[in-house]
Design a binder for this molecule. Structure first.
Ligand code: ADP
Length: 487
């Protein structure tokens, strides 16, 4: 039987290059899919930060021509594989990506609360998207499905439609667009179309965007939603939520229009990497059969690492980007009340918006025996928090999928989450965690008190958590089903 050939295009891929959850997904989903008899290829930009020697990256084809900004330029195509994986990884090398950073500009917040990257980044990923289409054409890749991820590659279906429909190999290429972060939309001025060489009036999605925004802006995310054959996001519940004004980030009307072609598939986590039995970053390894003593020792080790007194009290963990999305506006006041009266401890690991970083430092100074914060990004400490805490906090305002709660469960740290997005799909109240509904500090406070009461009889929930399966195999099966439907 012929294998279906899939090409995924994305901006990040772990372990080559990663900023956030997108990199994790592109680093592990393709591998799970190859095990389902699919021919999976991934293409990313060859950033200056990627270590060419470490990953044994080899040149495939030099000087592939492309027209961008009304000029002819050339890029090179490279290839690699990661150890123990059959996935072919391709990289596009061009001076636009030679920098030592993935994204050049920071986030630029718009009045609506949406954000975009600085314009230069939008040009870079427009170039990347067009280059991917050129590679398919010039190397005669017989692709059955092009799977695009987030705004960076959202123009790809349009490139296929508008430019390449006349080439026979392009006619049968179907497209899937996965939304990992709806708030990050890649908004730029109309001149991006001239830069890309796209015709304003030829593609319905472009025209729609043009008229909606009074002709002065292009929203890449919206074009992806309107132009791909199918769309999915990273949990079934979030796929429903984004149809509403509350979660739709201004794109709900377009998502509603595409509802028939919108799906939700929950992410998995890398079970090889997130494995308490083999994790080299934690002191005492364990499984569901022998976690008690090991977790207790890991807890003591963590208390020491965080300069907290070694005590047998409920220990809470928070590992996150310190941004509004993560529910910090209700967490901070709820904690204040709890910390005054209750014997608990909290360890924090995160970076982000200054006001939240400062708030956690302040809390640490106010309760030095109860709270300790490390304002940094450190994957090794993160593992020790998952392994050493009793409870893991994720009171998010919204959460497309969320990985933290799944990692916490795998390590037997009971998640405390708000019933939103992927958190609702993955955590079952009183069975694999504690769940609250309304985005209110009182509700969170109540659930924190409940967790303190649960502390001495938490074993059943820990076991349920550790026995829940969040490996990529489940999710890959669902992607396979969706691919088959589209192709
Ligand atoms: P998001 O993608 O919105 O940031 P997720 O829960 O989906 O949230 O994924 C967050 C991932 O990043 C988790 O693996 C978490 O452990 C990790 N992480 C977040 N902040 C830090 C940090 N400061 N140090 C180490 N790892 C972090």
């Amino acid at each position: 039987m012929k294998k279906n050939k899939i090409l995924m295009a994305a901006a990040e891929l772990f372990p080559l290059v990663k900023v956030g959850g997108l990199g994790d997904v592109i680093g592990s989903l393709p591998d799970a899919l190859t095990k389902l008899n699919l021919d999976i290829n991934v293409i990313i930009p060859f950033y200056g930060v990627i270590d060419k020697n470490k990953f044994k990256i080899k040149l495939v084809k030099k000087r592939i021509s492309i027209e961008i900004d009304n000029k002819k330029t050339y890029f090179d195509l490279y290839q690699t594989k990661v150890p123990k994986s059959k996935v072919k990884i391709f990289l596009i090398k061009h001076k636009l990506f030679n920098f030592k950073k993935i994204y050049l500009g920071g986030r630029k917040y718009l009045k609506s609360g949406k954000y975009t990257r600085e314009i230069k980044d939008i040009e870079r990923f427009t170039f990347f998207s067009k280059a991917v289409a050129e590679v398919i054409k010039k190397l005669n890749w017989n692709i059955d499905l092009l799977h695009c991820h987030d705004w960076h590659t959202a123009l790809l279906p349009t490139f296929l439609d508008e430019y390449y429909i006349k080439y026979k190999d392009f006619k049968n290429i179907k497209t899937l667009f996965t939304i990992h972060n709806l708030a990050n939309q890649g908004i730029s001025g109309l001149d991006i179309l001239d830069y890309a060489g796209l015709d304003h009036k030829m593609t319905p999605a472009l025209m729609e965007d043009y008229y909606d925004l009074d002709g002065d802006k292009i929203d890449a995310m919206k074009i992806g939603i309107l132009s791909a054959d199918y769309i999915n996001t990273v949990s079934p519940n979030y796929a429903q939520e984004i149809l509403t004004k509350e979660y739709g980030e201004g794109l709900e009307i377009y998502l509603q229009r595409r509802k028939k072609h919108l799906r939700g598939i929950v992410n998995g986590i890398d079970y090889k990497f997130f494995n308490p039995q083999k994790d080299k970053f934690i002191k005492n390894k364990y499984t569901v059969k022998n976690y008690k003593k090991a977790k207790n020792n890991n807890k003591k080790y963590l208390q020491k690492e965080y300069n907290l007194p070694i005590q047998d009290v409920p220990l809470f963990g928070l590992v996150t980007r310190l941004v509004k999305q993560k529910g910090l506006d209700i967490l901070l006041p709820a904690l204040e009340n709890i910390l005054i009266k209750q014997k608990i401890q909290l360890v924090v690991l995160g970076t982000g918006q200054k006001k939240y970083e400062e708030a956690f430092i302040k809390l640490t100074n106010k309760y030095p025996n109860k709270v300790s914060s490390k304002i940094t990004f450190n994957a090794e400490i993160a593992q020790r928090i998952y392994a050493g805490t009793d409870f893991f906090l994720m009171p998010s305002r919204f959460e497309p999928c969320g990985l933290g709660q799944m990692i916490a469960m795998r390590y037997g740290s009971i998640p405390i989450v708000r019933s939103t997005g992927g958190l609702k799909d993955t955590v079952k109240n009183n069975k694999t965690g504690l769940v609250f509904n309304k985005y209110k500090k009182q509700e969170l406070e109540k659930i924190l008190l409940k967790s303190i009461k649960l502390y001495n009889k938490r074993d059943k929930i820990i076991k349920n958590c550790m026995l829940t399966n969040f490996s990529w195999e489940n999710s890959a099966q669902q992607y396979l089903k969706l691919y088959n439907k589209i192709i």
